[in-house]
Design a protein around this ligand. Structure first.
Ligand code: DC
Length: 230
């Protein structure tokens, strides 16, 4: 069993790839973006982010030890759902509101420290797939397989638009594109653990690939990495 790190830009299908691969291999899947989203949702619910998006960092830092994130397998979807302090928040953390506030939250050092510690604990026994921005560079730099996924901003915005529309959420393509570009900028330029490609990561640009094509590509690489580690 190995550790698989899947990093890359937002909305480029990392989580779909990771979830499908985890199911195929019987590995545990950890969606680290969902953890930063849960912290954001907590901060929003507790009035720690004002209408202009300003974060009350003092209160949030003091509350960090009260924020427990976990994943529970959902037999109906065959995938894990995200829980915040025992409450299922899987759908509530995927809204545009949370998406608009999450990048600034993910720049905060004390938030990252707490999340990285939880991720290392969850992934310490191998047989795990984590997706995020800093998995191959910071969380598990010794991961046996590192993938860096990317696609054009327009394609990613379109995928996100289709996903939200399918869920019945009212949204606008231009707003989503703006959000995708803003998140790319903040994620890549923040001081602590910015989104960067690990030197030993394998790049996948999936702009013109189907989900099945990606899955085959990833499975082949995984089998090679597992054999190499034996
Ligand atoms: O993958 P996602 O879109 O659900 O991630 C939400 C936000 O969390 C995104 O703006 C970047 C941040 N993030 C991060 O900084 N580090 C991670 N390991 C995962 C996500």
């Amino acid at each position: 069993m190995i550790t698989i790190a899947i990093d890359g830009h937002s909305s480029c299908g990392k989580s779909t790839m990771a979830k499908n691969l985890a199911k195929e291999l019987g590995y545990i899947y950890i969606d680290t973006g969902a953890m930063y989203r849960s912290v954001t949702y907590y901060a929003m619910q507790n009035g720690m982010i004002d209408a202009e998006g300003k974060i009350d960092t003092e209160r949030l830092q003091a509350a960090m030890h009260d924020i427990k994130i976990s994943f529970k397998f959902n037999p109906e979807t065959g995938r894990p759902d995200t829980y915040l302090n025992g409450e299922r928040v899987e759908d509530r953390i995927r809204t545009m509101d949370v998406s608009s506030n999450v990048s600034p939250i993910a720049t905060l050092g004390f938030v990252r420290e707490a999340m990285v510690a939880q991720q290392r604990e969850m992934g310490k026994s191998k047989g795990v797939i984590l997706d995020g921005r800093d998995i191959g560079t910071v969380v598990f730099p010794d991961a046996e397989l590192k993938i860096f996924v990317t696609a054009s901003a327009e394609i990613r915005a379109q995928r996100r638009y289709d996903e939200l529309t399918a869920k019945g959420e009212q949204c606008n393509y231009e707003d989503i594109l703006k959000n995708v570009k803003e998140r790319d900028y903040i994620d890549s330029h923040r001081e602590i653990s910015p989104l960067t490609q690990a030197e030993d990561a394998i790049v996948l640009d999936n702009s013109n690939m189907t989900i099945n094509e990606q899955q085959e590509w990833l499975l082949k690489l995984t089998k090679e990495a597992v054999s190499a580690s034996e």
